[in-house]
Design a protein around this ligand. Structure first.
Ligand code: NDP
Length: 385
């Protein structure tokens, strides 16, 4: 049996755990190169030992001593810091899962792309921020981007074997999040605990809040714009509370292809792990008779303005998506820390975009500079220390 090598950036997170759950079931097929975390050293060390990783990296250098202690007596190399993350990515692997949350995952994802391998991309903030720069690197280095995000993975599957020029419309479905039926007043008073309680998916805190504001769908619109360049006017969003239809592609002959599945990230992750073949997952088959009804609604951009904001940003291009993403990351962190109200997240991102957009970045360093500057301005705007 041939083994493939894999690295997982963000191994201690929700996507990391789902990926490792699948790998654990087929351990003889995989050799783990690098596993990374931000600071959860004990968890990372346990995973690195279980999977026999070559290297374990924490982004936060203050967590290296703990990681080293936890890996004492093994021959697993321990490293820390932003540079170490990029070096781990540059080791190359047959498949790199990019599952760090936020723009913090951008540089290692780019380092993996530069190796020309296959990248399973969950880290949407990286693609949103670096857009053209990342897609140019993918083309230049002959890398393959496989979308892990369930909607993009669904679209990717529905596009197999067909010409993009025959696509009439791509529809991203959205659960609508936990506040889908809430009034303006209820949304304004939403707490972090309520926002992270997603009705269908179990995910990390940041993407859960993004789902509640619908910024997640806005970021996904920008992500789709880069992954499937059919033109923004052909990208649509439809609220589908059951999260069974993960997205759809309509062709010019009137056929619409959709991908359906349980709302469990192991399905799209399995599709990336096995691509272009298929593999078993431990999930029960979809029981449509038990589900009964699938419903669809147009998004309400009055209560959830983030999707409109993201569409405008995608149209503007240049540095605007990186500004939107960084402003959103700062605002979500502030909301989760109890420093701002829920509705302030989208409002703040909107205000940041009217503050003047920097020149379009054309290199990774320029994207990272836009990200860093925006974070400083966003924190000032929110009057955070
Ligand atoms: P989690 O918060 O569960 O995990 C995030 C991972 O990134 C952890 O391993 C964390 O390490 C690490 N991390 C956090 N901050 C940093 C940093 N500054 N530098 C390096 N590593 C860091 O997130 P999710 O797994 O939910 O999401 C990961 C990505 O996948 C996001 O971009 C999200 O949008 C995307 N995604 C997630 C889905 C889901 O179902 N969860 C679905 C589709 C996309 P530590 O544990 O040490 O904090």
């Amino acid at each position: 049996m041939t083994t493939r090598t894999i690295s997982i950036f963000g191994a201690t997170g929700s996507i990391g755990a789902s990926t490792l759950d699948l790998i654990r079931r087929e351990k003889d097929k995989w050799r783990v190169v690098a596993l990374t975390a931000n600071c959860q050293s004990a968890e990372l060390a346990a995973l690195a030992k279980e999977f026999g990783a070559e290297i374990a990296v924490v982004a936060d250098e203050s967590c290296l001593a703990d990681l080293r202690d936890a890996l004492a007596g093994t021959n697993i190399h321990a490293a820390a810091g932003a540079q170490a993350l990029c070096e781990a990515a540059a080791r190359g692997a047959d498949l790199t899962i990019a599952a760090i949350v936020g723009c913090a995952g951008l540089a290692p994802t780019m380092a993996a792309i530069e190796q020309g391998g296959t990248i399973g991309l969950a880290n949407k903030e990286a693609l949103v921020s670096a857009g053209e720069v990342m897609m140019a690197a993918v083309a230049k280095h002959g890398a393959t981007l496989l979308p892990v995000d369930s909607e993009h993975n669904a679209i990717f599957q529905c596009l197999q074997g067909y010409r993009a020029s025959d696509v009439a419309k791509i529809t991203l479905t959205a659960s609508g999040g936990p506040f889908r039926e809430w009034s303006h007043a209820q949304i304004a008073a939403a707490t972090p605990a309520q926002a992270v309680k997603h009705p269908n998916w179990s995910m990390g805190a940041k993407i859960s809040v993004d789902s509640a504001t619908m910024m997640n769908k806005g970021l996904e619109l920008i992500e789709a714009h880069h992954l499937f360049p059919v033109g923004l006017e052909r990208l649509a969003i439809l609220v589908h509370p059951q999260s069974v239809v993960h997205s759809m592609v309509e062709y010019r002959d009137g056929s619409t292809l959709a991908q359906l599945g349980p709302s469990d990230m192991r399905v799209p992750i399995a599709s990336c792990l096995a691509w272009p073949a298929r593999m078993d997952t431990p999930l029960p088959p979809l029981d449509l008779a038990a589900i009964g009804a699938l419903t669809f609604f147009a998004p309400d951009e009055e209560r959830f303005p983030a999707t409109k904001l993201a569409r405008n940003v995608a149209e503007a291009g240049g540095a605007a998506p990186a500004v939107l993403n960084a402003a959103n990351e700062v605002a979500v962190a502030a909301f989760l820390a109890g420093q701002i109200a829920f509705t302030e997240i989208s409002a703040m991102a909107d205000r940041m975009l009217t503050h003047g957009i920097p020149a379009a970045p054309s290199t990774l360093d320029e994207v990272l500079a836009v990200d860093a500057e925006t974070r400083v301005r966003a924190r000032e705007l929110l009057e955070l220390a």
